[in-house]
Design a protein around this ligand. Structure first.
Ligand SMILES: [Zn+2]
Length: 232
């Protein structure tokens, strides 16, 4: 997984009330000569949350700011005249967008949410995204990859490490394979190696350290769910 620290919010600049699908956006972006849809997530009129470009791939949504960011768009953003910028989000869309942003924030330890209009002379997304989502960072230090969550690394010991070892053991058991670990409270070489094996198997950043992304992925794994990246 590439490093990600920020979400940039967009609109599709389509008229109020017009339904737009991921396939349509994909076709528009291909017509521009891109490899496909430039956004990572799309929020439909009825609050649908669709996957666009895989999150581990750099997007094409904000010139000069595609590295290290995730592009999330809602369908709409222009009045019925097709020209005038307007915040056309339906209540369901607003709610779904908030849930999506909150989940991505926690998942990737996001430190900042911006609107496209903060980086380009455009109205997109037709509302002040920084202001609206500022509350998602209340009490947290803003900025790229602010370290908020405890991180387990080699050399540590304690209850959290005991729990992590138990999860690694459960993960091996569920997969029907044998790992080298037994219950214990020290983050040693074997735990680091098992953590790396786990991260590799789920397609997330491989560093042998246990942060929010690795913990979240473990929850999915133990629930027999596919990797987060593969979720529609
Ligand atoms: Zn935009």
């Amino acid at each position: 997984m590439r490093p990600i620290s920020e979400i940039i919010v967009h609109c599709t600049a389509t008229p109020e009330g017009r339904a737009v699908t991921v396939a349509e956006i994909d076709a528009w972006h291909r017509a521009r000569g891109w490899s496909g849809i430039g956004y990572h997530r799309v929020i439909g009129l009825n609050g649908e949350r669709w996957a666009g470009r895989p999150i581990d791939k750099i997007g094409a949504h904000c010139e000069g700011h595609n590295t290290g960011t995730i592009g999330v768009t809602y369908v709409g953003g222009v009045a019925k005249d097709g020209r005038t910028a307007k915040d056309t989000r339906t209540p369901a869309q607003k709610q779904a967008l908030l849930v999506e942003l909150t989940e991505l924030r926690d998942r990737f330890n996001i430190g900042k949410i911006s609107g496209h209009n903060e980086y380009a002379a455009k109205a997109c997304p037709s509302f002040d995204a920084s202001k609206e989502y500022d509350h998602l960072f209340e009490g947290r230090s803003k900025g790229p990859r602010a370290l908020r969550d405890p991180l387990l690394v080699r050399g540590m010991s304690g209850e959290a490490v005991t729990e992590w070892r138990d999860r690694l053991i459960a993960w091996r058991k569920a997969a029907g394979t044998r790992g080298p670990l037994r219950a214990g409270g020290v983050f040693d070489h074997d735990v680091e190696m098992e953590t790396i094996a786990f991260q590799r198997s789920r397609g997330i950043a491989v560093d042998g350290k246990v942060g929010p992304q690795t913990l979240g992925e473990m929850e999915l794994a133990l629930a027999a769910r596919p990797p987060f990246q593969a979720l529609g």
